[in-house]
Design a protein around this ligand. Structure first.
Ligand code: ADP
Ligand code: MG
Length: 341
């Protein structure tokens, strides 16, 4: 009302201009109303894929935000149902149960992810290897259970990504040896994050962050400023060793403090060296940055197995990957693309 009075005092439109002005006012009021309602919407849930999922997005409309969040969480549940080795009815469990006997027809989604997993094995010289599970299934970090050296030695010959025979034309997987097992725990969360982001992009959401455990992907900025992601100290989760400003990127952190138990001065944790069958301890934590969370998740295990220097060589050679690594001595090492703070 007040604005109208002021405007009519300032501006006396001629007859023909009145309609244009009304349209302009209407459009302005729609834009102003939606800008006024737009807000950040968050949802966090524990348990899917054995971890915490968090989604944050900027939306003008609460109903649409809720629907977007529902769709992302449904997608996470769907991927958990098909890729978990803890669920006997999952597609991956079916592969583990039968692929040594005959080729198993699998979904295009699983086929593509297995193809990517094998690509990461090649890139990392076998440090990333989803057949680690042939030995890895004998560990239970919550139950403080580890296999004996004898059990590791017996299972180790079945750890090798080259035993995965993928036939694209038939969309099948066959294990070249009995005893081979796969586990996508080191890549499926990244894939799920990328799927969540794809859903949000399809809904034209321009500012969002999707996290599953240690894997995050961000679209856009945080309304004019970058998103800030902190990397925790390996021994003290209240301390941050670096804060990274991020826009439109993915970031994964792996640490030996996530799932572990200590015994006799040794830390047994969930990243396994495929060559030895023991926990891989050449770094304490590895944070990897790249365009997709599938890539950052898959490549964040490398330094634990190969050591910081070799891993940095690989990342620098790839060109699209950056990393921040914490060595057992507490040194923080960076790839070329990141400057030490
Ligand atoms: P999170 O499970 O929190 O995402 P990581 O991204 O660090 O943690 O992945 C660790 C998981 O990767 C392990 O729990 C296991 O399922 C899997 N994994 C362990 N060692 C290897 C390996 N050498 N290659 C591929 N996957 C691995
Ligand atoms: Mg991960």
């Amino acid at each position: 009302m007040k604005a109208g009075i002021r405007m009519s005092a300032m501006l006396q439109p001629r007859r023909g201009e009145t309609r244009c002005l009304r349209w302009a006012l209407l459009l302005c009021s729609i834009a102003c109303a939606s800008a006024a309602q737009a807000a950040w919407f968050h949802r966090t849930e524990d348990g899917i894929m054995g971890t915490r999922i968090s989604v944050e997005l900027w939306e003008a409309n609460k109903l649409q935000a809720d629907q977007a969040l529902d769709r992302v969480f449904d997608e996470m549940r769907r991927i958990d149902q098909s890729m978990s080795t803890y669920k006997p009815e999952s597609e991956v469990s079916r592969v583990n149960a039968t692929a040594a006997q005959q080729p198993v027809v699998i979904s295009a989604e699983l086929f593509d992810l297995l193809t990517t997993a094998v690509e990461y094995s090649r890139i990392t010289g076998g440090a990333f290897d989803i057949t680690y599970a042939s030995v890895g299934f004998m560990y239970d970090f919550r139950g403080r259970i580890k296999p004996t050296d004898k059990a590791i030695a017996a299972a180790l010959p079945t750890v090798n990504y080259r035993f995965l025979e993928l036939d694209k034309a038939k969309s099948t997987i066959h294990f070249a040896r009995p005893g081979v097992r796969i586990d996508l725990g080191g890549i499926a969360k990244g894939h799920a994050v990328d799927r969540g982001i794809a859903i949000l992009q399809g809904l034209r959401i321009e500012h969002a962050s999707v996290t599953a455990g240690g894997d995050t992907r961000i679209i856009g900025d945080r309304m004019g400023a970058p998103w800030i992601v902190g990397i925790r100290h390996p021994d003290d989760k209240s301390k941050v060793i670096a804060r990274i400003p991020l826009v439109d990127t993915a970031i994964s952190t792996s640490g030996d403090y996530e799932r572990y138990f200590d015994e006799g001065g040794v830390r047994y944790h969930h990243i396994i060296d495929p060559a030895s069958g023991h926990s891989a301890s050449k770094v304490r934590s590895a944070t990897v940055l790249a365009a997709t969370a599938t890539r950052t998740d898959g490549l964040s295990k490398t330094a634990f197995v190969l050591g910081a220097e070799k891993a940095i060589e690989i990342y620098d050679r790839l060109g699209d990957v950056d990393a921040i690594l914490v060595t057992p001595e507490g040194k923080v090492l960076y790839t070329k693309g990141l400057e030490a703070p």
